[in-house]
Design a protein around this ligand. Structure first.
Ligand code: BG6
Length: 512
């Protein structure tokens, strides 16, 4: 199939516009709104996936009028839009933006919101369908939901729907995640709750399911008989930037593992769902997360590695140590790197280690899942230098170079038998072009159409926290003694390499 054929096949089903509705953004003056949410809505409108009966109400503490809010977002779009802005389309969207200043703890704000929403419904035909996007600090999540409940703004009746999208972090450990689930479930039914994980908005992450279950050839070998181990790398070059305050409380384990990395594990390892209906998919994801064997305290010591970056060189420039970043304690014990060896206790994956690593200030920005297969029997090639041959490896490149590659052995041309390793590589951009997006389009659209497949259910969030709970406990009890233990611009502490070397393996070189 040529690239053109691939694209036209994909465009045959562009999708119906979302339901008429109002998106209410709590925390609308913050970064997420201007960087992601508004550009994503614009892209949806451009692709005709936004209903003509649509509006946005921003709520935040900053004193601003609706006119100022529209003007501000118009300016922000100049910086954050992913495509050239069509002035007519922006004007259409701009006229549908409203702003309500107020404190999220003040009950009067919710009464004002109700009045404003009635007016917006009348002016824009949005039919009382609302989804609330909680882009606030997590301390407000439960409180906002409670107020929405008290004002009747969460009640679904007469065919109107009311949904709530909750940003991460959802809790800071298992107990607080459970408590939050309990609190919000007093007001909302599970079908109204959309716990967002922006990794599920990435095309390549969604493609894991398509790759595995829309092709007949991979599933038969996707198991312990053929797979030696799995490596998941989520490497970032950035440091903590201006987020020192948050990061000191969170650390890499909380920030990345119970959410983004757990999603990658569950999609890679889950059983085929019985349908692509939201709960069927999420049942299988939850099952995998529950099958991850909790580490014992002794195992934490050998299977969980933590690191913190010191000063180092990145792209030829000297960068400061984590402890010298703004709002970070000079003796901080917060980790900026984590490597783990996890096991999934089920028939498909018994004895297949899943190695994960993620961190800040690593040498390149790369997110990928590498499935390494067992070696072929070597008998045929006894007299050739096969010991140096890399085993077959399938790599799902999540970002930045989106694609899939398969490494296999091939004969090096010539009179003697020599084997080389080659890659068969598919790159999204070669087939489908690269359509810039914020990664939030699909998630917002799904919420407007009531499809929760790509959102986390309560049990998934809790299972994600259960995976890291024993590690959090041990690390809290035993503060690190060797921080900082890797230089910025390197692949983490030595112990991360030893984690694999002990098993006779090594990390895939992910440098570009
Ligand atoms: C966020 C984390 O959820 O994900 C950040 O809080 C991290 O620390 C980011 O940088 C990574 O997302 P992406 O899409 O850049 O891989």
């Amino acid at each position: 199939m040529t690239a053109d054929e691939a694209v036209s096949a994909a465009e045959e089903h562009p999708g119906q516009p979302g339901d008429p509705c109002v998106m209410v953004i709590f925390g609308a003056a913050g970064d997420l709104t201007k960087r992601k949410l508004i550009p994503a809505l614009y892209n949806l409108a451009k692709g005709t996936l936004l209903s003509k009966e649509f509006a946005v109400v921003g709520v935040a503490r900053a004193g601003m009028t609706t006119e100022e809010f529209r003007r501000k977002l118009g300016q922000d779009m100049q910086e954050f839009a992913t495509e050239q802005i069509d002035p007519g389309l922006w004007e259409w969207l701009g006229q549908r933006l409203y702003y309500l200043p107020g404190n999220f703890s003040d009950p009067a704000v919710y009464r004002d919101l109700r009045t404003l929403l009635d007016k917006v419904d009348t002016d824009h035909g949005t039919r009382g369908n609302y989804f609330y996007y909680l882009a606030t600090s997590p301390g407000y999540f439960a409180e906002i939901v409670r107020h929405l409940g008290e004002t009747g703004l969460a009640r679904e009746e007469n065919g109107r729907w009311r949904r709530v999208i909750i940003e991460k972090p959802f809790g800071r450990d298992l107990d607080s995640a459970r408590a939050l689930n309990r609190e919000i479930s007093q007001i909302l039914s599970e079908s109204q709750i959309y716990r967002i994980d922006h990794y599920l908005g990435k095309e390549t992450v969604q493609n894991i399911l398509v790759f595995r279950f829309a092709n007949g050839i991979f599933e038969p070998i996707w198991n312990r008989r053929y797979v030696d181990h799995v490596q998941i790398t989520v490497a970032e070059t950035v440091g903590v930037e201006q987020r020192g305050g948050y990061y000191e409380e969170a650390g890499t384990l909380r920030d990345m593992v119970p959410n983004h990395i757990s999603q990658l594990i569950s999609l890679t390892a889950m059983e085929p769902p019985i349908s692509f209906e939201a709960n069927a998919v999420r049942d299988e994801q939850a099952k995998i997360l529950r099958a991850i064997q909790p580490l014992t305290p002794e195992e934490v010591l050998v299977r969980a590695v933590r690191g913190q970056y010191g000063e180092g060189m990145m792209e030829g420039a000297r960068v400061p140590a984590y402890r010298a970043e703004p709002k970070v304690a000079p003796d901080s014990a917060t980790e900026t790197f984590v490597a783990l060896k996890l096991s999934i206790d089920n028939w498909r994956w018994a004895d297949v280690p899943f190695y994960l690593r993620t961190g800040k200030r690593l040498p390149s920005r790369v997110t990928e899942i590498a499935i390494q297969f067992k070696r072929a029997p070597l008998i045929l090639f006894r007299k050739t230098p096969v010991d140096r041959l890399t085993p077959n490896r399938l790599v799902l490149h999540i970002q930045p170079d989106e694609g899939i590659s398969l490494r296999f052995g091939a004969k090096v041309p010539g009179p003697v038998v020599r084997l080389g390793s080659v890659d068969m590589a598919f790159q999204y951009k070669d087939y489908f072009g690269s359509k810039p997006s914020t990664g939030y389009e699909r998630l917002l659209y799904d919420c407007m159409t009531g499809d929760a497949t790509l959102f986390q259910r309560a049990d998934m969030v809790e299972a994600g926290w259960s995976v890291v709970a024993p590690i959090l406990d041990v690390w809290k009890a035993l503060p690190p003694r060797s921080f900082p233990n890797y230089a910025a611009g390197t692949w983490g502490p030595r112990e991360a390499d030893e984690l694999l070397e002990r098993d006779g393996r090594q990390w895939r070189r992910s440098d570009k």
